[in-house]
Ligand binder design. Sequence first.
Ligand code: PMP
Length: 343
Amino acid sequence: MPPEVLHEASKAMKKYKNTGYSILELPHRSAAFTDIVDESKELVRDLCNIGSEYEVVWIPGGGRMQFAMLPMNYQWQKGTPAYIDSGHWAAEAIDYARFYGEAVVMATSKHSKYDRLPDLPPGFGKAKYLHMTTNNTIYGTQYHEDMIVDVPLVADMSSDIFSKQRNYGRYALFYAAAQKNMGTPGVAMVAIRKDFAALAGDHLPPMFSYKAHIKENSVLNTANVSGIYISLLMLRWTKEAGIDKIAQKNMRKAAMVYEAIDKSSIYLPHVQVKEHRSHMNVCFTIKDKEVEQAFMQMCEKNNIIGIEGHRSVGGFRVSLYNPVSVDDVQTLVEIMAEFERKG
Ligand code: PMP
């Protein structure tokens, strides 16, 4: 998280404006919290260049909750949902959809351990919606272009929202668990185009209903006030930094790590198609598995932590989320070079 955001958040822990409350105590039905929700919604619309044709809601439960809510809300619609299986989370979204009926996998790159984005078929028939994952966190692939499809396009943007300019207007619904570029865990931002929201089911317990969350302006339940506030701080930080600048910085950071991998004779990239490489998560292994632990220790000594890869891929995953600085990445690539030099 950016130090400015941590600083603001810690001030609010003690005293939130002149409300007499800490942000941890602020009632979810207070005017001060309504202001937080309203400003956050406007900032999401502004950053995504979308207008009032989109509803924006905060829903508890993070990414997986959306894996479930999506098929729950659209199971009443004719047709079958279509999914692109481009990685671990994409596959989990499919598993969740199957609790509610059939879900068609239109494309998958599972057979090559998700080392690339799958080839897409020419059309998606009469699918209720097409679900895709813009950035595959665990395998390190990313859709850099926004698709044009003839069915409602739905995207999980949990690990790359606001990392670059996107044509958000192409998506009927997009969501992101907050914990990467937009805040802390346990809550997700969901943006739904009003015509698509209108198609959502009415026969659901309110906590699982998009319509109910929209109607109650994100305070259907006792909302995660402090979590949503931290998201607001992240949104303000993102606006201040500017998405164009953030995108340039992310490209530079990613290029530095990929270059370090590509020019070395010991590091191996997981993603085999260069154009599919993520600017958010760079995954690699070391040829000689025996030395991976030593590399990890050297990183830890230099205060680079949390780079172990997911157990299904092994090796390392360097996350370059928006607040990570070029200097941080410089430290990493120097360590990578030094480790290789020392043999
Ligand atoms: N989707 C993506 C792309 C993710 O990276 C993650 C995990 N960070 C999830 C969904 C799951 O989110 P959560 O843990 O909030 O359920």
